[in-house]
Design a protein around this ligand. Structure first.
Ligand code: AMP
Ligand code: MG
Length: 414
C-alpha cells in the first residue's frame, strides 16, 4: 500500500489509480467450502469441475420419428420399413431386429444399436405397422452422439467462476451434487453522524433519517456475503474507535459512511490512523471525492463519504470491485455504451463525473439518454429515478444536446 494521504496535498488521485491501488492490495480469501449444487447461484467456484460422465450418456434421438439402419434401404427410392417396437425417453427398445425393420422413437430416447438414422415422423407415411419413407429421406441424421455436449473427464467449468443458472444446470446434467466454492465474506457496515436518526423515531430539528445504511444493505445483499448492520455511530472519536476495533476483529470488511472528510466533526481518517493502516485519498471524482481505504488488523476498511449519492458512486467504483476480488471472483468490467444525449450537461474540468441519467432504447434500437435531474450529491430522489450513470471524463467541459456520451446502465433491462 502507498503512504497515508497519497497523493500529496492538493493533488487528486484518478479513479483508475485508486482502483488499481485497491486491486493491488487485496487478495482473495483462501478458504473454500463444499456446498449443495442447489445453493450455488452466484457463488464463486473455487475448483475446476470435471465431468464424471458423457453428456448425453448414450446416443439418442433428436426428433420424434423412426430409427432404422440406412444400409437396409437404398437412397433415392421410396422405401418401406416394419415397426417392431418403441424406444421411449427413459425406456429404450432392447429387442432384436432383422433387415427392413425400424423402431418408433421419441426425442431423447436411446437409439437402438442397429440404427444409424432417425427419420422425423413428418417425413413418413404410416399404415398400421408399416412406414413408407418419402423419396428424399436422408441417412445418418437426427442422432445425438454420446458425449456430443460434454465428454467424460472434460472440464465442465473452470474456476474461478461466479456461477449462474446456465452453469449450475450444466453441473446438474453431469450429476454433480456438491461443489467447492469460496467462503462467504463477513461484512459489517455502519453510518456516522450526530444528525442521523434510525427509522421509527421522530425527527427532531436538525436531524435526518439514516438512508445510507439502507443503500449499503441493498448493495451488499449477495450470496457471497454475510452482512451485519452495525447501526449509527455518533461524531465521537472514542465511540468510533471502539466500533472500529471491535468490528475489525469480527469481519473481513468494514464499511462506514460519513465523517470521511476533513471537517471538525470528521473522525474517520484520524481514528483509522490510530487503529490501523490507512490510505486517505482525495479522488478526482464527483460525487465522492474523499475516500478512506485501509486495514485494521486483517480487516479491510472503506470509509465512504456521507452524501448518499457519493455513497452510490464510491460503492460502485471501489467497494464492489474490491469485494468481488476479495471473494475470489474473476474481475469484471462495467458495461459501457454510447448513447445520444438529449440534455444539456454542465461540467467543470478536473474531476470524473458520474451524473445520474435516464437511458432508453428507441423503437429503432438507438440508445438515448437524458439527465435525471439536478445533480447535487444529496439528491437521492434523482438517483432513485435514474437507471444509469452518464460518465464524463476529467477534462470534459459539458455536453450539448445531440452529442454522444458514455453511459453505464444500472441493469441490463431498461
Ligand atoms: P459527512 O461526510 O459526514 O460530512 O456528511 C456529508 C453529508 O451527508 C451531510 O449532509 C450528512 O448529513 C449526510 N449524511 C451523512 N451520513 C448520512 C446517512 N447515513 N444518511 C443520509 N445522509 C447522510
Ligand atoms: Mg458527518
Amino acid at each position: 500500500m502507498t503512504d497515508i494521504c497519497y497523493p500529496k496535498k492538493n493533488t487528486l488521485l484518478s479513479v483508475e489509480q485508486a482502483l488499481s491501488e485497491i486491486r493491488h492490495a487485496i487478495t482473495a480469501v483462501a478458504e473454500n467450502e463444499l456446498i449443495d449444487l442447489a445453493k450455488a447461484q452466484d457463488r464463486i467456484l473455487s475448483e475446476n469441475v470435471i465431468s464424471p460422465i458423457d453428456i448425453p450418456p448414450q446416443r439418442n434421438a433428436a426428433m420424434d420419428g423412426y430409427a432404422f439402419a440406412a444400409g437396409d434401404l437404398t437412397a433415392g427410392h421410396s422405401s418401406q420399413l416394419q415397426v417392431i417396437g418403441t424406444s421411449w425417453a427413459g425406456r429404450p427398445y432392447l429387442g432384436p431386429k432383422i433387415s427392413g425393420q425400424c423402431v418408433r422413437i421419441f426425442t431423447g430416447a436411446v437409439v437402438p444399436d442397429f440404427a444409424d438414422s432417425v427419420i422425423p415422423q413428418e417425413q413418413v407415411e404410416v399404415d398400421g405397422l408399416t412406414v413408407s419413407l418419402t423419396r428424399d429421406w436422408q441417412s445418418y441424421k437426427n442422432i445425438r452422439a454420446a458425449g456430443s455436449d460434454v465428454k467424460q473427464h472434460e472440464v465442465l467449468i473452470t474456476a474461478p467462476k461466479k456461477l449462474n443458472a446456465r452453469n449450475i444446470s450444466l453441473l446438474a446434467a453431469a450429476g454433480i451434487t456438491k461443489i467447492s466454492v469460496k467462503r462467504r465474506l463477513k461484512i459489517g457496515f455502519f453510518s456516522t453522524g450526530d444528525e442521523l436518526v434510525t427509522l421509527g423515531s421522530p425527527l427532531a430539528i436538525g436531524k435526518i433519517y439514516d438512508s445510507n445504511r439502507y443503500l449499503l444493505a441493498g448493495f451488499l445483499a449477495d450470496s457471497n456475503h454475510t452482512v451485519c448492520d452495525l447501526g449509527v455511530v455518533g461524531d465521537d472519536q472514542a465511540q468510533l474507535e471502539q466500533t472500529l476495533t471491535d468490528a475489525a476483529k469480527q469481519y473481513d470488511v468494514v464499511i462506514s459512511t460519513g465523517g470521511a472528510s476533513v471537517g471538525d466533526a470528521d473522525f474517520v481518517k484520524q481514528t483509522l490512523e490510530k487503529c490501523g493502516q490507512v490510505n486517505f485519498w482525495k479522488i478526482a471524482l464527483k460525487p465522492g471525492k474523499p475516500l478512506a481505504f485501509g486495514k485494521i488488523g486483517d480487516c479491510w476498511f472503506f470509509g465512504l463519504p456521507g452524501n448518499p449519492v457519493a455513497v452510490l458512486v464510491t460503492y460502485d467504483k471501489f467497494v464492489r470491485p474490491a469485494l468481488e476480488q476479495l471473494a475470489g471472483a474473476p474481475a469484471t468490467r462495467t458495461l459501457r455504451l454510447w448513447a445520444r444525449c438529449e440534455s444539456h450537461l454542465k461540467k467543470s474540468p478536473g474531476r470524473q463525473e458520474y451524473q445520474r441519467g435516464i437511458l432508453r432504447q428507441t423503437d429503432t434500437g438507438e440508445l438515448v439518454v437524458n439527465i435525471a435531474g439536478p445533480q447535487d450529491s444529496h439528491q437521492l430522489k434523482i438517483a432513485s429515478m435514474a437507471n444509469c450513470f452518464i460518465v464524463l471524463d476529467v477534462d470534459n467541459t459539458g455536453v450539448e444536446p445531440g452529442e454522444n456520451v458514455i453511459v453505464e446502465p444500472f441493469a441490463t433491462v431498461l
